[in-house]
Design a protein around this ligand. Structure first.
Ligand code: NAG
Ligand code: NAG
Length: 131
């Protein structure tokens, strides 16, 4: 019981700290940053991609054991290619930033980075939301 309570408080504090964007607010920020049609990807697909990747949660991180890399932030940018987390083998760091910068409430840097990554076919997986 005590453990459950502790877990509950822990989850609550995580929820409070993470910025989870509301869909329309997120779409508006993307649009203001020139993301509509960027790299041939529609605004709707960018929004869909972020929903699929992170649920619009800026603090989302996931570890991928097959490449020993992690994915960071609202766009789940890969530490193998996009950013530097100091522990990923053969990392490229195309955006020239620490991966933590992708977890901020302010998603300006995450958008700049995903733009760089989107230009490279290695960088971003397709999103089937238009289909
Ligand atoms: C991941 O890390 C493990 C342990 O350090 C290592 O044995 C393995 O070869 C690594 N895999 C890749 C793809 O780098
Ligand atoms: C987010 O950060 C950028 C610079 O990195 C700044 O220009 C912008 O005003 C910030 N936005 C908010 C909402 O604080």
């Amino acid at each position: 019981m005590k453990a459950l309570l502790t877990l509950g408080i822990f989850l609550l504090s995580v929820t409070v700290q993470a910025k989870v964007y509301e869909r329309c607010e997120f779409a508006r920020i993307l649009k203001n940053n020139g993301m509509a049609g960027y790299a041939g990807i529609s605004l709707a697909s960018w929004v869909c991609l972020a929903k699929h990747e992170s649920g619009y949660n800026t603090q989302s991180t996931t570890y991928h054991s097959e490449s020993n890399s992690s994915h960071y932030g609202i766009f789940q940018i890969n530490s193998q290619y996009g950013c530097d987390d100091g522990k990923t083998p053969r990392a490229v760091n195309a955006c020239g930033i620490p991966c933590n910068a992708l977890l901020q409430d302010n998603i300006t840097q995450a958008i700049q980075c995903v733009k760089k990554v989107a230009k490279d076919p290695q960088g971003i997986q397709g999103c089937n939301c238009d289909a």
